[in-house]
Design a protein around this ligand. Sequence first.
Ligand SMILES: *Cc1c(COP(=O)(O)O)cnc(C)c1O
Length: 397
Amino acid sequence: MSDRPNIPYGRQHITPEDIDAVVRTLTSDFLTQGPMIAKFEEAFAAYIGSRYAVAVANGTAALHLCALALNVAPGQRVITTPITFAASANCVRYCGGTVEFCDIDPSTYLLDIAGVRRTLERSPRGTYSGIIPVDFSGRPVDLRAFRALADEHGLWIIEDACHAPGGFFPSADDGQRCGNGSSAELAIFSFHPVKHIAAGEGGMITTNDEALYRRLLMLRTHGITRDTALFENSPDLAAGAAGQTTYPAWYMEMQELGYNYRLTDFQAALGLSQLSRADAGLVRRRAIAARYAEAFSGSPFIHGHSGSVDGHAYHLYIIEVEDRVGLYNALREKGIFAQVHYVPTHLMPYYRRQGWKEGDLPNAERYYQRCLSLPMYPTLTDEQQLFVIDAVKAYYQ
Ligand SMILES: *Cc1c(COP(=O)(O)O)cnc(C)c1O
């Protein structure tokens, strides 16, 4: 072991500007939802190109609110990929729905649209209510193709874009960004420290649909509204006095069962400050990806499809290798903490108990036996990356 600092697979980058932004907010009048939330939402929507954005406590809360807003309920079946963080599927379970995992395309690691089509065509119309495709590793799914398929079968789409802020759809003529709402009803992002934009914890929902936007705002805060135009109770009841024609200023109404999924104002300040560096981070991620791709090209041992992919946001840089356990341990010995993304969700004990088993999704399972995510974050230095590349190559010599 050397005294070289450990190299993780991903890490946040906090600048003095970020710290100033948080401290300024801490000494302002607002700790939880205040003016920074609206600023962050506006700036994020502008960055992504969506009409609306709703800041929430974390990416998982974002998924849960999306499932609620789309009325997921017991008896409904929703399709997603097993190669993602478990939350992509769990949001369906929170609402009592059933998760249908479909296999991945082994050349992109993304939900395979051909498999989704086969699944849909095997069952009567109405069996499934939605699809949750994931821009896994930062690679944009072909959302236009999914939209066409969803329209054929009357389904909604939630795009899980946690890995792809700033990524863009190559098939779109104008390079529209992931989560911009042109092909999905709703999209979600996370601001967990390993993601591109860190807020400690945090999440965002983007959409172009005004009705869904209004519903999400209510669900984020207990299902409560202060909008007099929406009130259901009479002014008399609201005021606690007969003969009233207007609602008193204190009055608010809980109209459905919502949650407290708010983001704090100081987290929004951090997110907003980080957002201003998002494009610079993407440039650096792409450069790191290109260097890995070049270093491993022609190697008979190191495979992968993460090279230079148009629109890829490079949350992860994934290679596929034989003897992955050996490589993983050899890298750890050198202080390089590569990671595996992900244990296929359908093989988690919770989902096994719902009937899923080994062999159900062979592409995902084979991918899981071979995949490894190498260090990928904007502050990874050239020297550190070279150390990683040499360590990987040395293992197979
Ligand atoms: C991180 C992540 C989530 C959940 O986000 P949290 O903010 O950690 O709750 C959901 N989906 C994907 C693909 C993620 O990477």
